[in-house]
Design a protein around this ligand. Structure first.
Ligand code: 2HG
Ligand code: ZN
Length: 477
């Protein structure tokens, strides 16, 4: 194997340009800069080129060229990773491959309830295409306007509807993938049953681009909801929110589409920083729950379900106040309070994120114990837990104490993550629920996934990418 040449190698850039054309190759620093920084601004990488292929054949040629020169490739979709999963390294040796031009919805089949979408389709555009065929593409995340199909699948994103439809991996029937040697695997099969050896597609979902580049997918659709009800509730405690979720699920197990928790602190940031955000209930509270009920059945009377469960909860002191959406505009306004949490927290100042999960029943313990651990570590730190209570995934985020410098707070990131992870481990949880491992957390893998599990992952990586050219520095330590 030859020594790794510098990717500024004119031969390589020229050859890449010959494959993708002028429109497909960015080399000026001003043009490549947006691809080198992650959404959280944790990493400022450098790259000699951003390659933007127009189709799978071009992408395969690009990967073949880069692999031939032993030049690492960093696939990038909407660049919304929370763990630096799509950011190149600082050494300026990694070529970024943007999927943005591969943005066609190839087909929607309302009979088979499937769609075929290319990697660069923004998730919301895929949702809209499904809706136009009177179907639902279920997964919903805060960044869906920007995040793309390929990135969502590569990261195995979760989001707000996991409790009902599962994570990204549960929506994938088939994939097309460019392998590290430039071969194209056409696995775009739209089959509900296909028991033919190892389930290859699931290897690439959640691999964060370390095993190959997803170029297109067959996605499973669901029946479109005929009734949707949304309420925002002020609740006295996390335990009350948890019990409220349980009651909704007991009342109508098929109706709960999302159940989200928000601490008062995070809601305060949204109200302060997000234009147009306003609280639809009288008094600010220390804890909130957002419930969405939905059904594809006509005449299911979800409004009655919502009111029945909430009235009993109000009587029992589980709910202090509630606002029920009376229109689509109100439904969106309530969801905005939840969806803007990440943006509002960014505007408030420096934060340390812990995207963790525990068994659903242990969420109150997680929030109580992790809050105590962080406050003991850094007096004055502001705990901002929020997220997907219904599936056990809480974003246990910490905001810098008032009056602290951002840098001084961020210097404590490692200690904070360790303190939270110690609680998560005690409760039988995971150190990364839905954001993945990326560049931020490979160091945690040996402690959490070491031994046979990490060993098998390393061997899979070595088998598919013996040159280590696919998104190196991500996932595996
Ligand atoms: C969400 O649920 C996202 O809004 C972002 O996963 C979470 O900012 C975060 O920590
Ligand atoms: Zn989330």
């Amino acid at each position: 194997m030859p020594d790794t040449p510098l990717p500024t190698d004119l031969d390589l850039l020229g050859a890449l340009g010959a494959v993708v054309g002028e429109r497909g190759l960015l080399t000026a620093p001003a043009d490549t800069a947006p691809y080198c920084e992650d959404w959280r601004r944790l990493y400022q990488g450098r790259t000699p080129a951003v390659v933007r292929p127009a189709n799978t054949a071009e992408l395969a040629a690009v990967v073949r060229l880069c692999a031939g020169h032993r030049v690492p490739v960093v696939p990038q979709g909407g660049n919304t990773s929370m763990v630096g999963g799509a950011t190149p390294s600082e050494d300026g040796r990694q070529v970024v491959v943007s999927l943005a031009r591969m943005n066609r919805v190839r087909s929607v089949d309302a009979l088979d309830m499937t769609m075929v979408a290319e990697a660069g389709v923004p998730w919301r555009a895929a949702q809209d295409a499904a809706a136009a065929a009177e179907c639902l593409l279920p997964l919903s995340i805060s960044s869906e306007g920007t995040a793309q199909v390929g990135g969502i699948l590569s990261a195995n994103a979760g989001g707000n509807n996991t409790l009902r439809y599962g994570n990204a991996r549960d929506l994938v029937l088939g994939l097309e993938v460019v392998l590290p040697d430039g071969q194209v695997w056409d696995g775009l099969r739209a089959l509900r049953k296909d028991n033919t050896g190892y389930c290859l597609r699931q290897l690439f979902v959640g691999a964060e681009g370390t095993l190959g580049i997803i170029t297109a997918a067959v996605l499973k659709l669901a029946p479109r909801p005929m009734e949707v009800e949304v309420a925002l509730c002020a609740v006295p405690s996390v335990a009350a929110a948890s019990e409220l979720c349980r009651r909704f699920q007991a009342h109508d197990p098929a109706a709960v589409q999302a159940f989200e928790y928000m601490a008062g602190a995070g809601m305060g940031f949204v109200l302060r920083h997000i234009p147009g955000a306003s609280l639809p209930i009288g008094e600010p509270a220390a804890h909130y729950a957002l419930v969405e009920l939905a059904t594809p059945r006509k005449g299911a009377r979800l409004r009655e379900t919502l009111e029945t469960v909430l009235e009993a909860a109000l009587e029992d002191g589980l709910v202090l106040d509630a606002a029920l959406a009376e229109s689509e505009a109100q439904r969106q306004a309530i969801w905005k309070l939840r969806e803007e949490h990440a943006e509002a927290q960014k505007r408030e100042g420096a934060s340390v994120k812990n995207d963790v999960s525990v068994p659903v029943s242990r969420v109150p313990d997680l929030i109580e114990q992790a809050t105590a651990a962080c406050e003991a570590l850094i007096p004055g730190v502001r705990a901002v837990p929020f997220g997907h209570l219904g599936d056990g995934n809480i974003h246990f985020n910490l905001e810098q104490p008032e009056g602290w410098e951002a840098a001084a707070f961020l210097a404590q990131s490692h200690a904070i993550m360790e303190a939270v992870n110690a609680v998560v481990a005690r409760l039988g949880g995971s150190f990364s629920a839905e954001h993945g491992v990326g560049r931020l957390k490979p160091g945690m893998m040996p402690a959490w996934r070491g031994g046979a599990e990490l060993d098998a992952m390393r061997r899979i990586k070595a088998a598919l990418d013996p040159w280590g050219v696919m998104n190196p520095g991500k996932v595996l330590p």
